[in-house]
Design a protein around this ligand. Structure first.
Ligand code: ATP
Length: 311
C-alpha cells in the first residue's frame, strides 16, 4: 500500500498586548486573579510542524539563542498535550521563527504552543473542535487560549477564561523592544512585594468599562487614557530605564504608552498608520530601546498559512 507522508504545516501566530491588566489577589494555587483585556497584534511567530523520526525543536530569528529547544519550550508541552489526547507518539520536527520579542511580555512562548496545537491538529488530521483545543491550551499556560483565539477578548481567572470584546476598526501601535527580558514570575513577585510595603494600600485597576466603550467605538483618543497595567510599577521597579522609554514615546507624539504585560516591551498607541510611522522614527532616534516595530490590531489568532502563500 502506498503511504503518503503528510506535508509540513506552517502556522502564523500573533503577539498580544494587555490593554487592561487588573491584578487581584494571590490565589491558593499560586496564581493571581486577573481581569485583562487582550488584543492580538501583527507581530508574529511562524511555526512549522513536520513529520520526523524523532522530536526536535529549532528556533531561528531575533534572539533565538535565548529560547530553549528542549522540554522547557512551551511548544514541547503542546506536543505532549496533543499527543496524549490523540494517541500519537509526538515525533515531529518543529521550527519556530521568532518575530515576537523573547521574554518581552507579549506571550511569545504561549503563541508558539498555540501554533503547535493548530499545526498538529492539521498534520495529524485530528477531529478536535476549537473548544476542546482551548481546554488543552489552558492546561499548557494562561495565555495560550488567547493566542489560539486572537482578536480582542476579556480574560478572567488566570486570563484563560475568554469572552470576545467588540472592537471597531484597527488600532495602531509602536512597539519598543527592550535590550533584555523580564521573567513574568519575578514581576509578579515584585508586585506582591510592592503591595506588601504600601502603607496606604496600592492603586489597583478598576473595571475596564471605559476601555471597552472606547474599543467598541474604535476611538484611539478615548482608548489612550483608559489603558492600564497593574504590573507596570513592578516592571519599572525591576527595570527603571523603562521610564525613559515610556517618556520618549509620549514625547515622540504617541497618544499613550504602556508596558506590555509583565514587560519589558512597551507599546505606544497612535492615531493611525501614518502617525505610527512618525512616532516609530522619532523613538528609534531616541536610543531608548533595542529596536522599534510597528504593529496593528486586532488580528486573528493562530492560523494555518495556506500553501500557496508560502514563498
Ligand atoms: P508571558 O507574557 O506569556 O508571560 P513573555 O512574553 O514575557 O511571556 P516568552 O517570550 O514567552 O515571555 O518567554 C519567557 C521565557 O520562556 C523565555 O525566557 C524562555 O526561556 C521560555 N520559553 C519557553 N518556550 C519559549 C518559546 N517558544 N518562545 C520564547 N520563549 C520561550
Amino acid at each position: 500500500m502506498l503511504s503518503v507522508v503528510p506535508r509540513p504545516v506552517r502556522v502564523r501566530v500573533p503577539a498580544k498586548i494587555n490593554l487592561h491588566l487588573g491584578v487581584g489577589d494571590l490565589r491558593d494555587d499560586g496564581y493571581h486573579q486577573l481581569e485583562t483585556v487582550f488584543q492580538a497584534v501583527s507581530l508574529s511567530d511562524e511555526v512549522t510542524v513536520a513529520p520526523a523520526d524523532r522530536r526536535s525543536i529549532t528556533v531561528i530569528g531575533d534572539n533565538a539563542n535565548a529560547v530553549p529547544t528542549d522540554h522547557t519550550n512551551l511548544a514541547w508541552t503542546a506536543i505532549d498535550a496533543l499527543a496524549a489526547m490523540t494517541g500519537h507518539r509526538g515525533e515531529v520536527a518543529v521550527e519556530i521563527t521568532k518575530g515576537i520579542p523573547v521574554a518581552g511580555g507579549m506571550a511569545g512562548g504561549s503563541a508558539d504552543a498555540a501554533a503547535v496545537l493548530v499545526g498538529l491538529t492539521r498534520l495529524w488530521r485530528s477531529d478536535i473542535d476549537r473548544d476542546d483545543l482551548s481546554s488543552v491550551a489552558a492546561g499548557i499556560g494562561s495565555d495560550v487560549p488567547f493566542s489560539l483565539r486572537g482578536g480582542t477578548a476579556l480574560g478572567t481567572g488566570r486570563g484563560e477564561h475568554l469572552v470576545g470584546v467588540l472592537s471597531r476598526g484597527s488600532f495602531h501601535w509602536v512597539i519598543a523592544v527592550a535590550g533584555g527580558g523580564l521573567s513574568t514570575p519575578e514581576v509578579y513577585r515584585e508586585l506582591d512585594h510592592l503591595r506588601a510595603g504600601s502603607a496606604t494600600g496600592e492603586h489597583r485597576a478598576g473595571p475596564p468599562d471605559e476601555l471597552l466603550q472606547a474599543l467598541a467605538a474604535g476611538d484611539a483618543r478615548r482608548l489612550a487614557p483608559a489603558l492600564c497595567n497593574d504590573l507596570q510599577p513592578a516592571a519599572l521597579s525591576l527595570m527603571p530605564t523603562l521610564r525613559r522609554t515610556l517618556r520618549a514615546g509620549t514625547e515622540a507624539g504617541a497618544l499613550a504608552g504602556i508596558v506590555s504585560g509583565s514587560g519589558p516591551t512597551c507599546a505606544f498607541l497612535c492615531d493611525d498608520a501614518d502617525h505610527a510611522v512618525d512616532v516609530a522614527a522619532e523613538l528609534a532616534g531616541a536610543g531608548v530601546c533595542r529596536s522599534v516595530r510597528i504593529a496593528s490590531g486586532p488580528v486573528p489568532g493562530a492560523r494555518v498559512v495556506p500553501d500557496e502563500t508560502i514563498g
